[in-house]
Design a protein around this ligand. Structure first.
Ligand code: NAD
Ligand code: A1AUG
Length: 542
């Protein structure tokens, strides 16, 4: 158990703008050029050793130039998965035996390393491996991950300080915030280096050891995240990274009796598969595994006739097309009153067509390629369907080209039927469906959009009329875990807008908040009686 020291008060890491001529721009350009010309081996990290199994070597390529290899990863077999699980179990007594301060210091140091000497490396790896522009990499790989590490320490200390309010006379009650009784399996998505870094480290901060399976498409930045954590002093075996598609790792990890939790972010389909596998094996675990999963979304923008057209336009363009629409929070459906759309449509169409798209090595681009051939095929099919559907008009974009990179032009659809698949299906790409409604039907539009899709992650209302804002806020209470008023539905900041949704969008444990960290503890209540009774009878018996 830990002494109660104070931890540094967290503040959000300032976003560097990488303007031309700035020193951070020079650093980043240099690091981008270096990583572009290197080809890294991306080994597993098991028990502190970098392991190259050599079973199925897969090239990690730049999405905007898919013939250019940035690294080679080694897909884990069940042998590596077994070794990772065993290493996590072996390291557990040492790790939970450290004081909280010792664990916290490692992640605070990691945050400072990332804020300083490691910033350009993680940003550059994210720009090249995941095709993020400089600003999108900076808010993710640098700022959000630094914030996760600093704010988690603050929230964890608060949790550990939580003790029973009442001690009866002669009694001392204590809460021992134990880690879980087993290992945690962290499975992370391609789209955020910060999420990939947070999912294994949040349970580790609370004293758990972890098997981490990153997305193959995020493997380059994941590799440097492990190297950074090692430099920060993370002991061997606390986080064991295994690469690959995850099937072999799940075969081992989900079948192990000591699986104590899954920390997942990714698609709804994958999370449901994992949950099902845990359910089928439930009688074989020593404890009930904690299942935390943040999953898919179908973010909305709802405009009221009182909305500012300029605010709406910016929310649509940034919300839908930044990072190629590959944020779970992205705006992928918009509801716009006819009176506003008639004056705004040409501007939105022209602005969409003007968005610059190309390699992230060219800092002038607003967006780049989608992540891989599977994503490209999904968007191609959605665009082809839109072209072929009478009730859908393709207003902007609607083209794609994968000859060099997986490029999909930002696409704006005007859709007559608000129940169309473009309002219900997560494409996870740069496709925004717009439904134009008669101004006097605002309230029925709000009711329809509330439950048209299974997802409930993000949403925004754009309006000046306070009563309209209030009605949307109330009616859409369960339609979004992150709800924005007069802003885009993306860009949640740790410590400011804890992030997560419900329904098919996840367990809503809110990454980077105390609610998430609580899932990685299993409190023990200790009652100590100073002068215990020595007679078993009661006064009424005498
Ligand atoms: N709600 C949120 O906070 C949030 C944040 C980011 C992304 N997302 C969602 O993530 C999705 C995009 O990410 P993605 O394409 O990487 O998702 P995905 O579900 O395809 O993959 C997520 C991770 O699961 C792994 N995986 C797949 N099958 C597995 C198995 N059987 N065993 C172990 N691991 C397995 C993948 O390799 C990857 O590491 C979108 O649906 C997006 O909305 C949600
Ligand atoms: N937290 C990010 C979304 C993460 C999902 O991809 C945002 O708010 O835009």
């Amino acid at each position: 158990m830990d002494a109660l020291t104070a931890v540094p008060s967290p503040t959000n890491e300032p976003v560097l703008d990488h303007a031309s001529g700035s020193s951070e721009r020079a650093d980043l350009e240099r690091r981008v050029a270096q990583l572009w010309n290197e080809k890294h081996d991306l080994p597993h990290w098991i028990g502190g050793r970098q392991v190259l199994g050599g079973h199925s070597r897969t090239e990690v390529t730049a999405p905007f130039e898919h013939r250019h290899a940035l690294g080679v990863l080694d897909g884990a077999t069940e042998a590596e998965a077994r070794a990772a699980v065993d290493a996590a179990k072996a390291a557990a007594p040492m790790w939970r035996g450290l004081t909280f301060d010792d664990r916290a210091a490692i992640f605070l140091k990691a945050a400072d390393l990332l804020s300083g000497p490691w910033r350009s490396t993680l940003n550059a790896a994210t720009m090249l491996g995941q095709a993020k522009t400089a600003i999108q990499a900076e808010i993710d790989a640098a700022c959000e991950l630094i914030d996760f590490w600093r704010f988690n320490v603050h929230f964890a200390r608060t949790i550990l300080g939580e003790q029973p309010m009442v001690n009866a006379k002669g009694v001392w009650n204590r809460s021992d915030h134990r880690p879980l009784d087993g290992f945690v399996y962290a499975i992370t998505p391609f789209n955020f280096t910060a999420i990939a870094g947070n999912l294994p480290t949040a349970p580790a901060l609370m004293g758990n050891t972890v098997v981490w399976k990153p997305s193959p498409a995020q493997a380059l930045a994941a590799h440097f995240t492990m190297a950074l954590l090692e430099e920060a002093g993370l002991p061997p075996g606390v986080i064991n990274l295994v690469h690959g598609d995850g099937v072999a790792v799940s075969n081992v990890a989900l079948a192990d009796q000591d699986l104590a939790g899954i920390h997942f972010t990714g698609s709804t389909g994958t999370f449901r598969k994992l949950w099902r596998a845990v359910g089928e094996n439930i009688a074989n675990y020593r404890s009930y595994p904690r299942l935390v999963g943040e999953t898919g979304g179908k973010g909305f923008i709802l405009a009221h006739p009182s909305a500012s057209a300029r605010v709406l336009r910016t929310a649509m363009l940034r919300g839908a097309f930044e990072y190629q629409g590959q944020k779970c929070s992205a705006a992928s459906r918009a509801y716009v009153p006819r009176s506003i759309w008639s004056g705004l449509r040409d501007d939105v169409v022209a602005s969409t067509e003007a968005l610059t798209m190309g390699p992230t090595t060219d800092f002038a681009n607003f967006m780049s390629a989608v992540i891989d051939s599977r994503a490209f095929a999904t968007h191609k099919a959605a665009i082809d369907r839109a072209h072929a559907t009478a009730s859908v008009r393709v207003l902007a974009g609607g083209t794609y080209d994968d000859s060099v990179g997986y490029y999909v032009r930002p696409t704006l659809l005007e859709v007559a039927d608000p129940g169309d698949e473009s309002f219900t299906t997560e494409y996870f790409g740069p496709i925004l469906a717009v439904h134009v409604y008669p101004d006097d039907e605002y309230d029925s539009v709000v009711r329809q959009l509330e439950s048209v899709t299974d997802y409930a992650l993000t949403g925004a209302v754009i309006a000046q009329d306070r009563a309209a804002i209030a009605r949307a806020t109330e009616t859409l209470r369960f339609a979004a875990g992150n709800f924005y008023i007069n802003d885009k539905p993306t860009g949640a900041v740790v410590g400011q807008q804890p992030f997560g949704g419900s329904r098919a969008s996840g367990t809503n444990d809110k990454a980077g908040a105390a609610t998430n960290l609580l899932r990685w503890t299993s409190p023990r209540s200790i009652k100590e009686t100073f002068v215990p009774p020595t007679h078993h009878g009661y006064p009424h018996m005498e």
